[in-house]
Design a protein around this ligand. Structure first.
Ligand code: GUN
Ligand code: ZN
Length: 440
C-alpha cells in the first residue's frame, strides 16, 4: 500500500475552544507527523513516533514550518453562481431576479455545467476547501455534472438539485412531480457512491409551492439519512413575501416545520432574523443555522448573532459558509475574517482557536460528518490543508511579532487567502499542486 508521510506543525481540535487559553480543546504538535495510507490518516502525532510507523517505501513530504490542519469545510455555496459573484447594487430578491436566475438558466446546457463544476472544484482546492455543501441549479444535469466531477477527484461533497416551481423564470421551474423524480434518480445514482452525499434542496419557501415542499418532505421520509438544505430568514422582504404565500404559518420556520423538513441533517442558510420561537424550533429539532458573513454583508441582509445563538438556553448548532455568489469570496479564511467583524458588531468576539475549530471540526459536526472529515484523527479521511502564515510580504512582516499559535492563526484569518494555502490534500493526494495553471 502506498504511504505518504507529512511533516509540519499539526493542529486539530477535540472540542469548542472557549478562550485562547483553552489548550485542552486542541492538539498541536510543533514537529508533527501524519501518515497517509489508502486515503486515510493511518497515524498522527509527534513526527518521530509517526515516522517510526512508516514503511520503507513511504514518500516523505516536509512541510515545515507550515501548519497542517484538516481541510476547510464550506457549509453552503452555489456552484452555478461563479459568474454571479461581484454583481453590483441589489438586495436579495432583486439580486435573484436580476443576476442569479438569468445566470442559472445557462445550466440547462450540460456542457456549461460540466465546465463550471470543474472550475468550481478547482477553486475549492485552491482555497484549501475539501468539502462543500453545494446547491446546483434546477437542472438535473447540473447536479450530474457536479457529482461526476467531485467523484472523479474523490472529494467528499454534499450537493443537490435545486427544487423550484414558482416565482422564477419559466426555464428555471420544475414541477412537484419532476423535482421528486429527478431528485430521486440523482439520490439513487449518487448518494453514497464513493464519497458523494445527496442533499434534498428546495431553494426556499418563495420558489416552492406547498405541493413541492410536500415532495421534499416525502423524499426526506423515504431517504432519512440525506441532508436537506434551504434558505431561511435572510431578508425582511423575503420574510414578508413568505408570510403572504403561507398565511397559515406561525412564522417562516413553521413553513419548513410543517412539511417535516427540520432535523439534525437540515441546513438552513442565513437564519438572521429568527424569533425566539423559531430559534427554539431549530434547536429542539437539532437543525443547523448556517452563518454566511460575506453574503449577509454584501446583500445588506443583516448581522447573524453567532454568540447569542450559541449561548441561548436552547442553543443552535451553527455552521459557516461562503454562500458564493451572494458571498464575496471563496476563501474560508476571508469568510471567518468577515465573520469575526460581524460578531464584533454584535458586541462579542470570536477567539482564533474557535474560528479554526469552526472551519474544520465545527463545520464537520454541524454537517454530521465529523467521523469522516474535519479532524486529523486516525482512521478519518486524509483531507488536509497546509497553511503558510508568512505567505505574503505583509504577513511575513507581521509574523515577526506574532509569537503564539493563537496570534499566528488570527493573522492567517485576518490577512490570509488562497496565497496562504501551500497545498491541499484530498483523500491523501496532493490536489492543489496538481491543478492546471490556466483557466479554460
Ligand atoms: N435565497 C434563495 N436563493 C438564494 C440564493 O441563491 N442566494 C442567497 N443568498 N439567498 C437565496
Ligand atoms: Zn445561498
Amino acid at each position: 500500500m502506498n504511504q505518504t508521510l507529512l511533516r509540519g506543525r499539526t493542529l486539530t481540535f477535540l472540542r469548542w475552544p472557549d478562550t485562547t487559553e483553552d489548550h485542552a480543546a486542541y492538539r498541536y504538535e510543533e514537529d508533527g507527523g501524519l501518515l497517509l495510507e489508502g486515503g486515510r490518516i493511518a497515524a498522527a502525532g509527534a513526527y518521530a513516533e509517526v515516522a517510526a510507523k512508516a514503511g520503507n517505501g513511504a514518500q516523505c513530504i516536509d512541510h515545515r514550518p507550515h501548519l497542517l490542519l484538516p481541510g476547510f469545510i464550506d457549509a453552503h455555496v452555489h456552484f452555478p453562481q461563479m459568474q454571479v459573484i461581484a454583481s453590483y447594487g441589489t438586495e436579495l430578491l432583486d439580486w435573484l431576479n436580476k443576476y442569479t436566475f438569468p445566470e442559472e438558466t445557462k445550466f440547462s446546457n450540460a456542457q456549461h455545467g460540466r465546465r463550471i463544476a470543474r472550475l468550481f472544484l478547482d477553486e475549492m482546492v485552491r482555497q484549501g476547501t475539501t468539502t462543500v455543501s453545494a446547491y446546483c441549479s434546477v437542472h438535473k444535469q447540473s447536479a450530474e455534472a457536479f457529482f461526476a466531477e467531485s467523484h472523479e477527484r474523490n472529494m467528499l461533497n454534499i450537493a443537490g438539485k435545486v427544487m423550484m416551481d414558482r416565482n422564477a423564470p419559466e426555464q428555471l421551474r420544475d414541477t412537484p412531480e419532476s423535482s421528486f423524480d429527478d431528485s430521486k434518480a440523482l439520490i439513487e445514482e449518487w448518494h453514497g457512491k464513493g464519497r458523494q452525499l445527496y442533499a434534498v434542496t428546495p431553494r426556499f419557501a418563495i420558489t416552492s409551492s406547498p405541493e413541492q415542499l410536500e415532495m421534499a418532505g416525502a423524499l426526506m421520509r423515504a431517504f432519512p439519512d440525506l441532508h436537506m438544505q434551504t434558505h431561511l430568514s435572510e431578508n425582511h422582504a423575503e420574510i414578508a413575501f413568505t408570510g403572504e404565500l403561507y398565511p397559515w404559518a406561525r412564522d417562516y420556520t413553521d413553513v419548513y416545520e410543517h412539511y417535516g423538513l427540520l432535523g439534525p441533517r437540515a441546513l438552513f442558510g442565513h437564519c438572521i432574523h429568527l424569533s425566539d420561537r423559531e430559534a427554539d424550533a431549530l434547536s429542539q429539532s437539532g437543525s443547523v443555522a448556517v452563518f454566511c458573513p460575506t453574503s449577509n454583508l454584501f446583500l445588506g441582509s443583516g448581522l447573524f448573532d453567532y454568540q447569542r445563538y450559541r449561548r441561548r438556553s436552547k442553543p443552535l448548532r451553527i455552521a459557516t459558509a461562503t454562500d458564493v455568489g451572494g458571498g464575496t469570496n471563496y476563501s474560508m479564511l476571508r469568510t471567518m475574517d468577515e465573520g469575526y467583524k460581524v460578531i464584533a458588531l454584535n458586541g462579542e468576539k470570536l477567539n482564533p482557536f474557535a474560528s479554526f475549530w469552526q472551519l474544520t471540526r465545527g463545520n464537520a459536526e454541524a454537517l454530521s460528518i465529523a467521523d469522516r472529515v474535519g479532524t486529523l484523527d486516525v482512521g478519518t479521511d486524509a483531507d488536509i490543508v497546509v497553511l503558510n502564515p508568512s505567505a505574503t510580504p505583509a504577513m511575513r512582516l507581521r509574523m515577526e511579532t506574532a509569537g503564539t499559535l493563537a496570534e499566528q492563526l488570527f493573522l492567517l484569518q485576518t490577512l490570509g487567502d488562497d496565497r496562504a494555502v501551500v497545498e491541499t490534500y484530498v483523500a491523501g493526494k496532493p490536489a492543489k499542486s496538481a491543478l492546471p495553471a490556466v483557466v479554460t
